[in-house]
Ligand binder design. Structure first.
Ligand code: 9PG
Length: 474
């Protein structure tokens, strides 16, 4: 286990950490502060690595893949991994008297780590993140502008609501690329090929209508999950990730109960995942939001015990990529971050947005900032800014509507401004009919991908004089 002892007073250090998956916390804090640990154990699986939970002690901070310690002068130390293809990399910084102790553990095949003592933490972190991105063949697609059904319709989404919003978006000439159907179209978690009663059709009926309006069709799947009530679970109980007792593990609580994850070292599971992604593609969905991916990366007993969990996760994701096709656009969500590089085009880099700014009860009193709120989504995605070198970041949707929302006008505008700082995907979920003139104007601003804000063409048109001037001056 590599270790470093830094002679610096912990009170002079801030620490930048990133939890292992999309919804986990990422933050820049005084090292002497306490890293939050969720008080409710049943929340752990959905936002934390159960094998590497925060310690809860003051002055101890844990981070995945990268860790940075920042001095007041902007210099400091950056620890990073060169590659995360088959391993999880766990960093810990610990205040010890007048010094700081740092250690790194690699879970899985050995990985080369880097440790920089630097004058400029931001620059070094950018450089190391870019290096990991290159080594893992990060994909560099164009950012997409997406309308997503989740944050207005939730599980009650219907085929008609999708088409109605697409029609209105076209009428108002809103520059969306993708209309993405989220959770709610399927009959059960795992039963993706059969429709829910309320959806009013089948997911395969939607793409043609969206395409006619000029939009690409997107579909949400939680491909590694199965509910205990699903046909998938009834047909293939042997496909599930298991505990030491041989029983299918519970990997989280949502949809009214606990749910299971698929064991992605099982050859039949991999074949099923390829078929699932290929089928969604054949229905007309070249854009897939692949959610709750962490399920395949949890500790557990697997069909092939020689495969570590990071590697097992990657095998499952590779099967989805193979089924969807090289040219499909894959958005990861609830997903181990660095382990997904090279296989996904975009990645949610924070928890869900909600039509409220903050929820003190869960964040402060229950020690869990992985819950839905505008504050959590923005704070986390901004603290992962350097990950733009790994995939297109997705900071989640803007909320521009005034109805069905507790956000003030200032908060709505703040979200819009911050999304542009994060960059990457631009998304909305507002029912278009709910937007007044101000709401539509704000949405247009949110969908705008800012161009370069340096006048490069001006420099060219003014000729050498400006270039000489700027060289001499700066
Ligand atoms: C659909 C949603 C949306 C959303 C995703 C994800 O911890 N949890 O129980 C938990 C539930 C839902 C959730 C995140 C965490 O949201 O991020 O965009 O697709 O699933 O169910």
């Amino acid at each position: 286990m590599p270790e470093w002892n830094l002679s610096i007073a912990p009170a002079h250090v801030r620490v930048l950490i990133s939890g292992y998956q999309s919804w986990s916390e990422a933050e820049l804090r005084p090292l002497t502060d306490v890293q939050a640990v969720p008080l409710m154990a049943w929340r752990h699986e959905q936002g934390h690595d159960p094998a590497f939970l925060p310690s809860g002690e003051a002055g101890v901070w844990r981070s995945h893949t990268v860790l940075a310690l920042v001095r007041p002068d902007g210099g400091g130390w950056v620890g990073a991994a060169k590659d995360a293809t088959g391993s999880f990399i766990h960093w810990e910084a610990r205040a010890k008297g007048d010094a700081v102790h740092v250690s790194a553990t690699v879970e899985g095949p050995d990985v080369e780590l880097t440790w920089d003592d630097t004058d400029d933490v931001i620059l070094t972190l950018e450089r190391r993140a870019a290096e990991l991105g290159q080594n893992m063949h990060a994909r560099t697609p164009a950012p997409q502008r997406v309308w997503c059904s989740w944050y207005s319709y939730y599980r009650g989404v219907t085929l008609e609501a999708m088409l109605e919003n697409a029609r209105l978006a076209r009428q108002h000439n809103l520059p969306f690329d993708v209309f993405q159907l989220d959770d709610g179209f399927q009959s059960d978690l795992g039963d993706w090929f059969t429709a829910s009663d309320h959806f009013g059709g089948h997911a395969r009926d939607l793409p043609a209508g969206l395409n006619q309006l000029g939009f690409t069709a997107g579909l949400w799947l939680a491909p590694f999950l199965a509910s205990p009530t699903s046909q998938l679970f009834a047909d293939h109980p042997e496909w599930m990730l298991r505990g030491e007792d041989g029983r299918p593990l519970s990997v989280g609580h949502n949809w009214g109960g606990a749910y299971h994850a698929l064991d992605t070292t099982h050859p039949q599971v991999l074949a099923w995942l390829r078929e699932l992604a290929a089928t969604a593609r054949s229905w007309g969905y070249p854009y897939l939001k692949l959610d709750f991916l962490y399920g395949a990366a949890l500790p557990g007993v697997r069909h092939d015990p020689t495969v570590g969990r990071a590697q097992a996760y990657r095998m499952g994701l590779q099967a989805l990529r193979d089924g969807a096709g090289e040219d499909a656009f894959l958005l990861g969500c609830g997903a181990p971050l660095a382990a997904s590089v090279g296989l996904v085009d975009a990645m949610r880099t924070g928890p869900d947005v909600a039509p409220l700014w903050d929820e003190d009860s869960r964040r402060v009193w229950l020690g869990d900032a992985t819950g839905p709120s505008a504050r959590n989504a923005l704070h986390t995605a901004l603290s992962r800014w350097y990950q733009h070198a790994w995939y297109q970041p997705d900071p989640d949707v803007a909320i521009c509507r005034r109805e069905l929302s507790l956000l003030t006008a200032t908060e709505r505008h703040t979200i819009a401004a911050m999304l542009d700082v994060v960059g990457g995907l631009r998304a909305s979920s507002d029912p278009i009919a709910m937007l007044d003139a101000d709401g539509l104007a704000l949405l247009r601003r949110c969908l705008e991908i800012s161009g370069p804000d340096r006048p490069t063409t001006l420099t060219e048109s003014l000729g050498g004089a400006v270039t000489r001037f700027s060289r001499a001056t700066f």
